[in-house]
Design a protein around this ligand. Structure first.
Ligand code: SF4
Ligand code: SF4
Ligand code: SF4
Length: 268
């Protein structure tokens, strides 16, 4: 078991992702892979990168590899009422991360100074307990190196004094052509990201899990052609419940529906 820092850091660095703006282009995922192919967690390996018939662990895996950021796209609703939601997923740098406390070696840890959750590859034994503990599927096992890897919040970029200050932001943020990704201190209520979250009613992913994710998602705005201009932002939970009830009319409440829906969209 690994302990969390005894004092919660005042600085909580994280991402704010705007689901209303994201166009699902995968530029963030690709630039994440590009940046992190070197540096802190390098290399980020691939198997069978050009696909074909090669198998991995007995399965025909096709092209596969380690990605710290993956973008899932799904359709909710029917006909004119339908909408497409693109959902980028990476580590949420939770305040109460079970992926840390479950680690038997101390390899998985949370930094006291800024809240970033990292893995020390020198002490990771590849037991995968942390990937079972993470409800967001944010851990990526590297079969080549035999260790667990994950989003580092580009710790080797955001503090890199060899870069211009304007470039000291995560690779996924600097590359997003739509401006859907924001980086900053969510522990400071007056920071740009905190103000944005407040204004747009940003929320935690699966808050009922109790992990207190630092990253926030900004919900899709209501569609104007459906008279929703002045309505409250569309709740991800409501979208999830809608999607789930369409798939299974006998479903239970929103919480259960959301869990199963997130589970299904996060499965690879
Ligand atoms: S780069 Fe921006 S718009 Fe493209 S998938 Fe990522 S968050 Fe969405
Ligand atoms: S895979 Fe590595 S980081 Fe994860 S719990 Fe096991 S030792 Fe810790
Ligand atoms: S913060 Fe860095 S490591 Fe994390 S998803 Fe973005 S680019 Fe990848």
């Amino acid at each position: 078991m690994t302990s969390l820092p005894t004092t919660s850091s005042a600085t909580k660095l994280g991402l704010v992702i705007d689901l209303d703006i994201c166009v699902g282009c995968h530029a963030c995922a690709v630039n994440c892979k590009e940046w992190n192919a070197g540096g802190h967690s390098a290399p980020m390996t691939d198997w069978n990168p050009y696909s074909g018939t090669e198998s991995h662990e007995g399965d025909d895996a096709g092209a596969w590899g380690v990605w710290f950021n993956r973008v899932h796209t799904f359709e909710v609703g029917e006909a004119e009422a339908s909408r497409t939601v693109h959902f980028p997923r990476s580590c949420l740098h939770c305040e109460e991360p079970a992926c840390v406390t479950v680690c038997p070696t101390g390899a998985s840890y949370k930094r006291e100074e800024d809240g970033i959750v990292l893995v020390n590859p020198d002490t990771c034994i590849g037991c995968k307990l942390c990937s079972w503990a993470c409800p967001y599927g944010a851990r990526e096992y590297d079969h080549t190196d035999g260790v667990m890897k994950k989003c580092t919040l580009c710790v080797d970029k955001i503090y890199n004094e060899n870069l211009e200050e304007v470039d000291r932001v995560p690779a996924c943020v600097s590359t997003c052509p739509a401006g859907a990704r924001h980086f900053g201190d969510l522990g400071d209520p007056n920071s740009d990201v905190s103000v944005l979250v407040k204004e747009r009613q940003g929320y935690d992913l699966m808050p009922e899990m109790g992990y207190k994710p630092t990253n926030k998602y900004l919900p899709p705005r209501p569609r104007r052609d459906q008279g929703g201009e002045n309505d409250a932002p569309v709740s991800l939970a409501a979208l999830a419940a809608q999607a789930q009830s369409e798939a299974n009319p006998n479903t239970d409440g929103v919480g259960g529906a959301l869990l199963r829906w997130v589970d299904s969209v996060l499965s690879r």
